[in-house]
Design a protein around this ligand. Structure first.
Ligand code: HEM
Length: 182
């Protein structure tokens, strides 16, 4: 994944802990160098190894680490130069969700090796939606939950999210059910 993701993990750790903790995590993950070039594509294993090391260090499961990072990412990426792309889709939670594919497509113009996720939003009942999440990767479902929580917080929406399908050998994508409170 692009170094911007790994840099997000780095600042997430330094903000919540300190530089020394980041050093320890890099050592555990056997990651060389202590920072990443935002615009360079790194092997996905770097990101997964970092998450594994954070999990080992904090005692949180990898899924919990991903969820917390997902929430943090909304602030981190939102305050980067790409933030305006996220806001371009509109001010509401649903508009931002509907705009995710366009937003990642815009980002791909400056990050050509991007393998972006794809989302489809389906209204299944009043204020209840299924968000279909397509990815070339696995293991990022809890990050999506964190991203949704972060996006809801930023747009002032109150949501309840539960995963209703998980990508596997026989199911080609994961699905999240989102209920919007009044
Ligand atoms: C300004 C805001 C954002 C920026 C700059 C951004 C950028 C990125 C980048 C650089 C990657 C790594 C992909 C790669 O290197 O192949 C990524 C992945 C991803 N993004 Fe975003 N993103 C933003 C907001 C969001 C939001 C709001 C969501 C969902 C609610 C989201 C969902 C994801 C997911 C799930 C992945 C993992 C890729 C996969 O599933 O294979 N992103 N994004």
């Amino acid at each position: 994944m692009y170094g911007m993701i790994n840099e997000g993990i780095r600042t997430f750790i330094i903000n919540n802990h300190d530089e020394q903790t980041w050093e320890t995590i890099c050592q555990k993950a056997a990651v060389e160098g202590r920072s990443f070039d935002h615009m360079k594509s790194y092997d996905d294993s770097v990101t997964y190894d970092l998450v594994g090391a954070v999990s080992e260090h904090t005692g949180l499961s990898a899924g919990e680490v991903m969820a917390k990072f997902g929430s943090y990412w909304i602030d981190y990426a939102g305050s980067s130069s790409y933030g305006k792309l996220m806001k371009r889709a509109g001010d509401s939670f649903l508009e931002r969700l509907a705009g995710l594919d366009d937003m990642h497509a815009q980002i791909k113009k400056s990050m050509p090796h991007l393998k972006p996720p794809s989302f489809q939003l389906e209204e299944i009942a009043d204020r209840t939606y299924h968000l279909h999440y397509f990815s070339q990767r696995t293991g990022l479902d809890t990050m999506v939950v964190g991203l949704l929580d972060g996006l809801a917080e930023e747009t002032g929406a109150r949501i309840a999210v539960k995963q209703v399908a998980e990508k596997s050998e026989t199911v080609d994508h994961s699905v999240f059910e989102i209920v919007l409170a009044h």
